[in-house]
Every structure is written in structure tokens, then in C-alpha cells.
Ligand binder design. Sequence first.
Ligand code: TRP
Length: 336
Amino acid sequence: MKRVLTGDRPTGKLHLGHFVGSLKNRVKLQNEYDTFILVADVQALTDNFDQTGKIKDNLLNVIIDNLSVGIDPKKVTFYVQSLVPETAELTIYLMNFISFNKVLRNPTVKDEIAQKRDKFKGNPPFGFVAYPINQAADILTPRADIVPVGFDQAPMIENTNTIIKKINSLYGQIFNEVTPVFGDIGRLIGTDGSAKMSKSLGNTIYLSDTEEEVRSKVMKMYTDPNRVKSTDPGRVEGNPVFVYHDAFNSDTEEVKDLKERYVKGTVSDVEVKTKLVAAINKFLDPIRERRAYYERNIDEVYDILSAGTKRAREEGKKTLEILKEAMKINYNLFTN
Ligand code: TRP
């Protein structure tokens, strides 16, 4: 059975952008692939070394977010990155198979460094710059074939394949190249209309938001800035409220009707938003129910993580064996 690996940094609650970018695909792929999902606490450290408490606080939340959308712990192996030291060991080896300049050209890392200019004082830690290599090690820990992620992660997959190709060219066909799977909406617009839903921009709707939080956020959403009165014809394309209707309202007839009336100027923003509140809350209700279940049964979450971490370590050991044997550094000098 082919394998999937993906994961999240435990730096905050997951939101609708995570859902359309990756979680939705995880739910689907878990039925066809042996799936591994990690909590990337080591990666989170690369830019949260000064607020490590945040990482710990979010560790379980991120797992519960995943479980709440319908990921089945009987099918999926969940683990904590720092509890799998094999990934760290692997990272050190992988560093040899990608050039310094190539890593520095990773556009996502470049964007992040620009965003965190103040924090990094213009001089990011080496661990941060190198995190794509650590992410390649995550992907190789269970020797995954498929990686469901948002668009912003495409360069990480590319770096991973650079490493895999180099290894294969040096030592023979050792690992398979990996394929990213993007969501149909790889990057969800924020409630304020900016290009990306993101915690740092404060334009998110969380999977764990209450009905009231959803209502208040949606009623404040940006719509067509050129539409002053509800009798003005409005623009549907790129309009955040309609992007969300398309993504989360299961009543396609209602969405079609709202769009037609919006273009003609026969529906108010308030009606469009009120219906969106109802649609998102309907979408979130089963998610809220599963969340409540796991919050009541937190021991189950610990058991899931402990069994998963054990399995991930076994797989990581196997990967190291394969690689070290290929590199001819598998000497058993001291073990027998
Ligand atoms: N970089 C990813 C993010 O910020 C998280 C992540 C860590 C990941 N390791 C991974 C994603 C391995 C896919 C595969 O969302």
C-alpha cells in the first residue's frame, strides 16, 4: 500500500484555509493510502525558539483538529516529530544531497524570512533556513509517496525530490520521488479579502470557532468594495463571501440563486452573509461534535500518539538502514 505523509506545525489552531488546502484531502486519502500525520514541533521551533510554551500548548490541539474533521485514528498513524529522533538523524545525512544555494532559493522560506525580518533581525537562524531539509526527512521517515499540502508547500516537495534524485543518482534507486496533492482551493482568501487566510493576518475562521464567532466574523467579511447599496449590481468573482459559499455551502442551488441576484443587485450583503453563517455552521457542526468527543476522551488522543510515534520510529529506523546500507556506512563494528 502506498503511503501518505503530511503534518502541521503546532503553532495555533487550524482554520478553514488548512481544511481546503490539506485536511480535506487527508480525509479522502486515508482510505486509499497508509497515512502518517505528524505534529511538526521541531520545525515549529525554528521560528518559535523564544516561545516554546506555545508549541506545547498546541500539540494536542492540532491532533484534535485533525481528528475533528474525520481523520480516523484506526487508519492513520499520528506522531510527534521530536519523539522520532530518527528524523533528526536522517536530516543530517540529507543535508549532503542538496546545495546551499538551492535551499536559499526556496521561495516559501524566502517569503517567511521577509515576513519575520524584525524577529530575525535580518539574519535568520540556520535551523530556519534549513527546515526544508528537515521536512524532506519527515517525508522520508515513512518513505511516503504522496504529500497532501497547500500550494505554499510546493517548494518543500521540490526540495525533497531534489534530495531523492541525488541519492538515487549516487547510490542506485533507493527512494521513490514524492508527489504533492494540492486542495482544489490551494490557498483560501482571508475574511478581509487578502490573498491568504492566516493567523498572523487575523483573517481566519477556525475549525474550533463557536457559532457566535462564525457569525461575528462572517458579518464583518469584505465583499465587493464597489457595491454601496444592495440594489447595485455586484461582483461575484474573487468576492470572499462567494469564495466561501462555493467552498462550504453544500446547497448549490442556494449559492447559484444568491450569485444571480448579487450580479443583478437584488440581494443584500446581509442576506448573503446570513446564509453563509448558516452554511459554515452546518459544515462545522459534525466537526464540533467530534472535537467534543476527543476533548472528553483525551486519553484516547494520548494513546493514538503513543502508538503512532512507536510505529513512526520503526519506519524511521528502516529508512536509515536503507540509506546507510546504500552509502556503505552500515558497519556493525560495535554491535557484535
Ligand atoms: N511545513 C508544513 C507547514 O508549515 C508542516 C510540515 C512539516 C509538513 N513537515 C511536513 C507538511 C511534512 C508536509 C510534509 O504547514
